[in-house]
Design a protein around this ligand. Structure first.
Ligand SMILES: C[S@@+](CC[C@H](N)C(=O)[O-])C[C@H]1O[C@@H](n2cnc3c(N)ncnc32)[C@H](O)[C@@H]1O
Length: 400
């Protein structure tokens, strides 16, 4: 099973967000024009955002298998190569376990993920997962929930059980935890937005230890700023709305710079909402030593025609993030208006709202506008994106 050369006929499950099924299908068709994609119709699971296609590839060569497994597709959430399909009426632990034992070796650290899709069972997926895990451990297999090298997926469908595995070193290409997001790093999370930034960093392969200063536009309530700050970046967060200072403080020194006319009133409100918390609050026009702070919240909006001079007081930024919930045209206009603040090769992570269903038009707008100043542009529908895409790029240093 480990050796792709032996496989003559391979099945893959291709998981996609149902909103982007057509785009996902055409992406797969582009890399594998002769493949046959069969949408799986889920019967009794209306809450599933994810749907999947069954892809069968005959006489698969190494080349094709690599193409699929290493593909960086924008609209596919997850590709699971299937090792074994069990045509079982009931959940037979012995049969499932012996199948898993054909996929992994005893010295491999692995984790099991069980997903019950449309089969009615009294036992929960979690309970099946725990029972299988216990049995396999008893048989001498090595389960590691924190740092596995292999993840085995058991997908329980109405008439079949599909078992597949992925190697964890492919994490940059795959977003593995589509079914259940586990908080492995023990970082305190503020909101769903934090998952989006984490997924983007992982998917686009950013090594955050190399970044020093980040500019986060549309930062409130502070999920992205919090995550990036906890990863060691000094952050300048921009939003007219207040951040959740109490949740993001975590031993970080916070400064709020405001353009509000009534500074005293702003101070009062922030102090009231964050009792006992030390947050420095100053007027935006005040000259200060910014280096004393880990997070500087500039309480204003970016207006592309009326650029705020304050940003020029900082060193150039290595990372620009933007999550303003605006259309592709508006989001890219904000980004392009800020390029003079960036170091050459600074990274961009931007989400942009899909204001209509004409996704192709949005993709073209994003590319056309961003290519003026950025290169290596990649667009991805990440698992925690709802009606939006996440976009990555590197600043080319030309400032158009
Ligand atoms: C989806 S929320 C951002 C969530 C945030 N990334 C987080 O992790 O908590 C969008 C925010 O963008 C802000 N926003 C929209 N347009 C903006 C602009 N032109 N300049 C600055 N902030 C803006 C809104 O005030 C709102 O708080």
């Amino acid at each position: 099973m480990h050796n792709a050369e032996k496989i003559k006929n391979r099945t893959y499950l291709i998981f996609v967000d149902h909103r982007f099924d057509k785009l996902a299908e055409s992406e797969i068709k582009q890399i594998l024009p002769k493949s046959k994609l069969i949408p799986y119709k889920v019967r009794n699971n209306k809450n599933m955002d994810t749907i999947f296609f069954k892809l069968s590839v005959k006489d698969i060569s190494n080349d094709i298998s690599e193409k699929i497994e290493n593909s960086n597709l924008s609209f596919v959430d997850f590709i699971l190569p299937i090792d074994i399909i069990l045509d079982e009426e009931k959940i037979d632990y012995k049969i499932i376990e012996s199948s898993i034992m054909r996929i992994i070796k005893k010295n491999q650290l692995f984790k099991l993920e069980v997903k019950k899709v449309d089969r009615l069972l009294s036992e929960s997926a979690k309970s099946i997962e725990v029972n299988l895990g216990n049995d396999l451990e008893y048989l001498g297999y090595n389960i590691d929930l924190i740092k596995p090298t292999v993840i085995i997926y058991l997908i329980i469908l109405k008439k079949f059980i599909m078992i597949g595995h992925v190697n964890v070193n492919m994490q940059n290409n795959y977003t593995l935890d589509i079914f259940r997001e586990s908080n492995k790093e023990g970082i305190r999370r503020l909101n769903r937005a934090e998952f989006k930034i984490k997924e983007a960093v992982q998917f686009f392969g950013l090594n955050l230890s190399k970044y020093k200063l980040g500019l986060d536009i549309g930062a409130a309530p502070g999920g992205w700023t919090n995550y990036l700050s906890q990863q060691g970046l000094r952050m300048v967060a921009v939003d007219k709305t207040r951040l959740d200072y109490k949740k993001i403080c975590n031993n970080k020194r916070i400064l709020v710079l405001t353009d509000d006319e009534d500074l005293d009133k702003t101070k009062e409100i922030i102090k009231e909402k964050n009792s006992g918390l030390e947050v420095a609050i100053k007027h935006i026009s005040k000259k200060l030593q910014y280096n004393e702070y880990d997070i500087i919240h500039i309480k204003t909006s970016i207006d592309i025609n009326n650029k705020t001079k304050i940003f020029k007081n900082f060193e150039k930024f290595d990372l620009l993030t933007i999550d303003t919930n605006t259309s592709p045209l508006e989001s890219t206009a904000i980004v392009n208006s800020l390029t003079e603040l960036l170091n050459k090769n600074a990274s961009l992570i931007m989400t942009t709202k899909l204001v209509t269903k004409d996704f192709n038009k949005h993709i073209n707008t994003i590319k056309k506008e961003l290519y003026k100043n950025f290169k290596n542009i990649k667009i991805k529908k990440l698992p925690h994106n709802r009606r939006e895409f996440t976009v990555y790029g590197t600043y080319n240093g030309n400032n158009k």
